[in-house]
Design a protein around this ligand. Structure first.
Ligand SMILES: [Fe+2]
Ligand SMILES: [Fe+2]
Length: 444
């Protein structure tokens, strides 16, 4: 083999096998990842060695599911009791941690339901109807108010977190598995059933997450929705069990069940949710965000701005200087840690529509600043019940609302050219933001 053919063979192999999960995730989304079946087999082998809590025989599955649901209910009751007795939040010590978590799981949430895609072609076989119904419900049957992927994207958008910072590659693992199962569902039907069985049993952390997001002023509708729609009595959890019972062949049931178990274990590849949440490091996140921003800001400041005898531009020119810079801001009294951030001059520079540095920091970065400055000071709780933000969405004409009476197209017409700057245009813009859920929540 010549060097050139060697090279082109290597190139072809590189193309066939993406070298990161993120690349494979993207390739699957784009519909061309020829090596994903082999990759899925590898992951199943990896999952084989993990323990699982499934019963030894399929006949016990019903009892297993009921027991799981009872344990979750008990675990949640215990959590609520602890909270009543004054225990702090279990997962999110501040709002920044919640926003961080929502971004970390975004690649998975962006393909919610994908593992069931291949079932759609079996619409004429009633044994598949439970799985198909589950998939259609993930898609909200095409209604943008109910489409799980859109609900999650609206949530990120309202929080100003649509632009994801670079995530660790492993954050793409579950999403990639889901896409691969969806693409190869014909060859991996028992594994799809098993994965579905695991994914659709609501875990206790789902309930706690919903509760704590509400407390942090974040609409946990996406999570609350999964508590209800995945329920074990009649929801996706129940359907996941029925699908197994209907599709498990009489001949070779045990072998089929072993493959179902392998698929089930795929859910446990990668970090579990509570461990992921506990990895958050507020100060490290803040300094990393500042380091990313540093290069863009280093020529933007007037030389009269000085902190501890260095100009801001000098501070920003030096790699790794951000912790020192923040310490200097503190030493000069610009930042008062442990108090309401509103009492820090620095906060007034970055937050609010008339702040001199308006727009320099994203909503997430501002939350990092806010919570780092606040430290042990806790803002008053502003509970947002799940569904509050979503309930305001109209998507279409709302009788009685003069601005939305003609629906979104009329609003869009009023937002064209320079018409949006007229009083009517300003109202139309506000109505458009509300109707589409694309307005942003302030940091607090
Ligand atoms: Fe879902
Ligand atoms: Fe579901």
């Amino acid at each position: 083999m010549t060097v050139t053919t060697c090279k082109s063979a290597a190139n072809a192999a590189a193309k066939a096998a993406p070298d990161s999960l993120q690349q494979r995730y993207q390739a699957l989304l784009d519909g061309h990842d020829p090596s994903s079946a082999a990759w899925l087999t590898e992951q199943l082998t990896r999952a084989q060695s993990l323990p699982d809590d499934l019963p030894d025989t399929p006949s016990q599955l019903q009892a297993w599911s009921a027991n799981h649901a009872a344990q979750v209910a008990q675990g949640y009751a215990h959590y609520l009791e602890q909270r009543r007795q004054g225990a702090p939040r279990r997962y999110f010590s501040n709002r920044a941690q919640a926003l961080w978590f929502l971004q970390q799981v975004a690649p998975t949430k962006a393909v919610d339901g994908a593992w069931l895609h291949s079932t759609l072609s079996h619409w004429d076989d009633p044994r598949y109807h439970g799985l198909i119904t589950t998939y259609l419900e993930e898609l909200g049957a095409g209604d943008p108010r109910c489409n799980h992927v859109l609900i999650y994207r609206r949530l990120l958008s309202r929080l100003g977190c649509l632009e994801l910072a670079a995530l660790e590659d492993e954050r793409y693992l579950q999403g990639t598995l889901q896409l691969a199962l969806g693409q190869h569902g014909e060859a991996f039907l028992p594994e799809v059933i098993g994965y579905n069985l695991g994914y659709e049993q609501p875990p206790v952390h789902l309930l706690i997450t919903t509760y704590e997001l509400a407390e942090l002023g974040i609409d946990g509708h996406y999570f609350q929705l999964h508590v209800t729609i995945d329920n074990a009595a009649s929801g996706h959890a129940r359907k996941s069990l029925a699908a197994f019972q209907q599709l498990c062949p009489r001949e070779g049931a045990q072998a089929f069940y072993q493959r179902v178990r392998r698929g089930y274990r795929l859910n446990d590849l990668g970090l579990d949710t509570p461990s992921l949440i506990s990895r958050f490091d507020l100060q490290a996140e803040l300094f990393a965000a500042l380091e990313r921003k540093r290069v863009f800001g280093q020529f933007m400041h007037a030389d009269r701005c000085r902190v501890q005898n260095r100009t801001i531009n000098q501070w920003l020119a030096e790699p790794g200087a951000m912790p020192g810079f923040v310490a200097a801001l503190q030493a000069q009294g610009w930042i008062k840690r442990g108090l309401d951030p509103a009492q820090s001059r620095w906060w007034a520079l970055i937050e609010g529509p008339s702040a001199p540095m308006y727009g320099v920091f994203t909503a997430y970065e501002k939350q990092l600043w806010h919570d780092w400055i606040a430290a042990d000071w806790q803002p008053p709780i502003r509970r947002v019940a799940p569904g509050t933000w979503e309930a305001k969405l109209t998507f279409d004409a709302v009788p009685g609302n003069p601005m939305a009476a003609d629906g979104i197209p009329a609003l869009i017409a009023r937002m064209a050219g320079d018409r949006h700057a007229l009083p009517e245009g300003l109202l139309a813009t506000q109505a458009y933001c509300r109707a589409t859920g694309l307005d942003q929540e302030p940091a607090h």
